[in-house]
Design a binder for this molecule. Structure first.
Ligand SMILES: Cc1ncc(COP(=O)(O)O)c(C=O)c1O
Length: 415
């Protein structure tokens, strides 16, 4: 792999974005596009694609089942991917990493596996993705738990005081988004985890928009469970992870069961394997998971701190330029320094879908528009939706300028 850093005048390494862009075939094949839809799906670098191809071309076989040479090689690579992911989030051991299909599946696994009973309380924020809302609504319907929502402050930031007031000994789980896909705002998760633990509750974080963009240290955070998606962190589609503290995983009942989850069965009984295998039923997406390990290695090589500050710098440029547009409103938290790599906005007098279509057709800039699977937040705020640009490591200052200029042009149509 060629170096992805250049030496700056301030004598510290900065990311060589030009060099990084060469690794992404979509950027080479679709010349002239500006890809600003990273909160939905990240692009994939060549090493990840090659790693998947490697599985299909060199060791296509069952993992953990066949003891022939290809089976052994595939198993080795699969185990290696789990170790890489464990290191990526600083887990205590690789057995704390459960492979899933995405964030949604990780959350559903917990919703169906935690021992929640009538009278127990689950607490969430008011800005959850549907994937961290509907599973708890179903648990409420099925088991009679209470699902408590903590309202944000009027400036859309997290209300720590309201959260503390919502806590009691009946709260068994606090499940919250770490970084919001609505506006890129990051919740004060360390305080949230600490408060929840003071009340004896466990914490699940939805890390779909956090883990790909900043350094994750589950031990430092002391979080109990963390769900995230591979496809948003340069990995293959249909790959995800549920991290869990091992002693908590051991207490969970598996949700999907069958082959690969048991040590043995009789016609009447079964003995489950230890975590994580007991949660990974049936034949898995081996190529995808091995590719995901490569994605984590790729990100690590560049440095998560570098990626985070790069996105913040781009967001600052964009947000400052967009502030000059009189009929533009930011959606959610206003301050760019609190919004990581996401810019959610509306142009007065224009539909967000039209803004997105014009950006694509007239300027080659790809963003997302709508309610971003957070309907509850938009409905409760009386906002129909938003146009959302989301950034990643391969985006450039030049693209940031182009985007701001394009939005300025489009905004004139709405007056
Ligand atoms: C904050 C957040 N949570 C959960 C999800 C669901 O992720 P997936 O579709 O990969 O399960 C997303 C997807 O955009 C998200 O942004």
């Amino acid at each position: 792999m060629k170096p992805t850093f250049i030496y700056s005048f301030s004598k510290c390494f900065v990311m060589d974005v030009k060099r990084i862009r060469e690794d992404f075939p979509v950027l080479q094949n679709s010349k002239g596009i500006v890809y600003f839809d990273n909160a939905c799906m990240s692009l994939k670098p060549r090493p990840v694609i090659q790693k998947m191809l490697e599985y299909y071309e060199q060791y296509t076989a069952c993992v953990g089942r066949s003891n022939h040479r290809l089976g052994k090689l595939a198993t080795e690579k699969y185990v290696e991917a789990r170790k890489t992911i464990a290191k990526f989030v600083n887990a205590r051991k690789e057995q704390e990493i459960v492979f899933t299909r995405n964030t949604t599946e990780g959350i559903n696994l917990l919703a169906n596996s935690l021992d929640l009973k009538k009278g127990d309380v689950v607490v969430s924020s008011d800005r959850e993705h549907n994937s961290n809302l509907i599973p708890w609504q179903l648990v409420k319907e099925r088991k009679g738990i209470e699902h408590r929502i903590v309202k944000s402050r009027t400036d859309n930031t997290f209300d720590l005081e309201a959260f503390k007031k919502s806590m009691s000994r009946q709260v068994k789980l606090v499940t919250m988004v770490w970084t919001s896909n609505i506006d890129g705002y990051t919740l004060p998760v360390r305080e949230i985890v600490k408060t929840a633990h003071d009340f004896g509750a466990v914490v699940l974080l939805d890390g779909a928009q956090a883990v790909p963009h900043s350094k994750t240290d589950v031990r430092r955070l002391d979080v109990d469970f963390l769900a995230f998606s591979g496809h948003k962190m340069l990995g293959p589609t249909g790959t995800g992870i549920l991290y869990g503290k091992y002693e908590l995983l051991e207490r969970l009942q598996p949700f999907v069961v069958g082959g690969d989850t048991v040590e043995s069965t009789t016609y009447e009984t079964h003995k489950f394997l230890k975590p994580p295998e007991r949660f990974e039923a049936g034949l898995q997406d081996y190529a995808g998971i091995i590719g995901l390990g490569e994605a984590a290695r790729y990100l690590e090589n560049i440095g998560m701190e570098n990626i985070e500050s790069h996105e913040k710098a781009l967001n600052k440029t964009i947000s400052q330029r967009l502030l000059e547009i009189p009929n533009l409103q930011f959606v959610g938290v206003q301050a760019s320094e609190l919004r990581g790599g996401i810019i959610s906005f509306n142009l007065k007098g224009m539909k967000y879908h039209d803004v997105s279509l014009m950006l694509d057709r007239n300027h080659g800039i790809l963003i997302r528009s709508g309610q971003h699977c957070a309907h509850s937040w938009f409905n409760s705020h009386g906002i129909e939706g938003s146009a959302r640009a989301s950034l990643y490591l391969y985006n450039t200052q030049e693209e940031a300028e182009l985007f701001a200029e394009a939005v300025k042009k489009i905004s004139k149509l709405g007056k």
